[in-house]
Design a protein around this ligand. Sequence first.
Ligand code: CP3
Length: 322
Amino acid sequence: MRQAGRYLPEYRELRKEAGGFLEMVYNPERASEITLQPIRRYQMNGAILFSDILVIPQALGQKLWFEAGEGPKLGELNVDQLHLETIDETLSPIYETVAQVRHKLKTENFDQTALIGFCGGPWTVACYMVEGGGSKDFSKVKSFAACDPDGFSDLIDLVTEASIHYLSEQIEAGCEAVQIFESWAGLLDEEMFEKFVLQPTSKMVDALKNKHPDIPVIGFPRAAGYLIQNYADQTGIDCIGLDFTVPLETAKTLQKSGLCVQGNLDPARLLAGGEALESQARIILEALSGGPFVFNLGHGVIKETLPEHMEQLANLIKSYTS
Ligand code: CP3
């Protein structure tokens, strides 16, 4: 969950050299280095591919750029002009990154470190595509989905197909698990959640399981509230990523149903460090390590986080596990 990124000085250094974010994402040498950076420092058990969920709109033909300090921006959306057939022209450097990461993990003796590929959930990716970037309330995409459910479904279907292909190629290049980031799952009512989150996610999981039955699929329906149970029951995922608002009792219930759970330390505690970090990390470890569990944050690392705090957390987890 955003292990790399701006909290690491070596990332900031490489970003300066590269000149921009996308100049790192589409450069396999740089992107594989960034993927390895946190592993070299902290020896986590899982490395997450360095890329972004917004490469899918770009590969489909929508303009994408990152403005310093402002996050992602996307050009005008014209659904009829998006094209699925040629997405690999844009995405192939990312598959090459996967291959390079696997190679580096091996030569640097991180054979035990799993490489996790990812994409955005179709709903979340569509949110950015329709809004043209981030948004305070995502009202434009929600009103599109409500007024023209068929037109919006066409967009969701296209992103779903592209995402299946993209994850499948990541797996073929060497990813050992894949995660679907549904960061804006929390914006929808029950009916729209069913149509635009549950259905496309199940379709993705079915297709991936068909081709790659042994590759675990992790779903992260951020801030889904009570609907998290429907997501766990209906999508076919193997593991559920929990944001930091999910109560540990809910996590245990999900675990008892056989699902692996992943989460869910509040990144603000990692920012704080010290006792605020240690006490909550221990509570999570004690609550969940009796069942299938992957320790993780409940959202991405905050950029002001001190690297020493990550070290404190990594050491705590390693000593707890051993
Ligand atoms: O460890 C990693 O860095 C893994 C790679 C990764 C990135 N983005 C790199 C990145 C992953 C897994 C993501 C996922 C992602 N991207 C999500 C889903 C997870 C979440 O955060 O909810 C979303 C919604 C995006 C879209 C996106 N990309 C946004 C909104 C931003 C701006 C973020 C901000 O805080 O300003 C990005 C940029 C981005 N993606 C950065 C990184 C390291 C920061 C780029 C930089 O300025 O150097």
